[in-house]
Design a protein around this ligand. Structure first.
Ligand code: PEP
Length: 254
C-alpha cells in the first residue's frame, strides 16, 4: 500500500523571514495524526532551506530542493550540488520541473544525469514529466510522457527495500493556470506511467513507486484527485505558499 505524499514547491517565492513565517503556519496547521496518512515535503528556495530545516528539526515535515546540478563540485557558477542540499537538511529534490525545461533549457539527458547523481548521493528525486497543451491537442500526450519517463529513467535502478525516486505527472497546461487535469485525465496518465514502471522494474516494484499529480491543485479539487487509484498525492505550487490552502490539501488525504 503506497502512502500518500503532498509536496509543496515554493518556486522563487518567500525570502528567509517569510519562509519561516510560512513554515511555522503550516506546521501549526497540521495535526500530528495527518502524518500517519501522508508524508509532507516543502521545497523552499535554496537560501531558505537551511533555516526551514532548522525550524523543522522536531517536525515530521521533510524538506526538498527545487533543483540541483549533476556534478559533485567545481566551476559551475550559480549551481548547487546534491551533497550541499543534504548538508542543509534536504532528503528530496525536484528534478525536471517544466519551468526548468522551459526557461533554462533542461532536457531529458541532463535530467537523467541529475537523477543518477541525486540517487547515488542518497537524495530522493521527484521527477517531473508532462505534456504541453499542443501535445495534448494533437493527441501526443501519452507518447510525450512515455518518452520523458523512459529517457529520464535510463539506467536508473529501483528497489523493493528503499524508495529511490518519485514521479510527478504535471501537465504543462495545468501548471499555474487554474485549470487542473480532471481526476480521469490524470488517472489515465498515471496508469500509463505505472505500466511503464512495470515494464522497467517488474510488477512488485512498480506498485511501490509513488506517482504524484501536479497542476493547479487546490483545496477544492484535491479530494477527488487523491481518490484515484494511481494518484499517490500531489506536487503543489501556488497553493503551497498559502498555509491555509496547503494544510487543507494535506488534510484532504483520506
Ligand atoms: C508546480 O509548479 O509544480 C505546480 C504544480 O504549480 P501549481 O500548483 O501552481 O499549478
Amino acid at each position: 500500500m503506497r502512502k500518500k505524499l503532498v509536496a509543496g514547491n515554493w518556486k522563487m517565492n518567500k525570502d528567509i523571514s517569510e519562509s519561516i513565517d510560512l513554515i511555522s503556519e503550516i506546521n501549526k496547521g497540521l495535526n500530528s495524526s495527518v502524518f500517519d496518512k501522508a508524508d509532507v515535503i516543502v521545497c523552499p528556495t535554496f537560501i531558505s532551506i537551511y533555516p526551514v530545516c532548522e525550524y523543522l528539526k522536531h517536525s515530521e515535515i521533510k524538506v526538498g530542493g527545487q533543483n540541483m546540478y549533476k556534478e559533485t563540485e567545481g566551476a559551475y557558477t550559480g549551481e548547487i550540488s546534491a551533497k550541499m542540499l543534504i548538508s542543509a537538511g534536504c532528503r528530496y529534490v525536484i528534478l525536471g520541473h517544466s519551468e526548468r525545461r522551459q526557461y533554462f533549457g533542461e532536457n531529458d539527458t541532463l535530467i537523467n544525469q541529475k537523477m543518477e547523481k541525486a540517487i547515488t548521493s542518497n537524495l530522493i528525486p521527484i521527477l517531473c514529466v508532462g505534456e504541453t497543451l499542443s501535445q495534448r491537442e494533437e493527441n501526443k500526450h501519452i507518447q510525450t510522457v512515455t518518452e520523458q519517463v523512459k529517457s529520464c529513467l535510463t539506467d536508473i535502478k529501483a528497489s523493493n527495500e528503499q524508495e529511490k525516486f518519485i514521479i510527478a505527472y504535471e501537465p504543462v497546461w495545468a501548471i499555474g493556470t487554474g485549470v487542473n487535469a480532471t481526476p480521469e485525465q490524470a488517472e489515465e496518465m498515471h496508469s500509463e506511467i505505472r505500466g511503464i514502471l512495470k515494464e522497467l522494474y517488474g510488477e512488485d516494484i512498480s506498485e511501490q513507486i509513488r506517482i504524484l499529480y501536479g497542476g493547479s491543485i487546490n483545496e477544492k479539487n484535491s479530494t477527488d484527485l487523491f481518490k484515484m487509484k494511481n494518484i499517490d498525492g500531489g506536487l503543489v505550487g501556488g497553493a503551497s505558499i498559502k498555509a491555509e490552502s496547503f494544510t487543507k490539501i494535506i488534510n484532504s488525504v483520506q
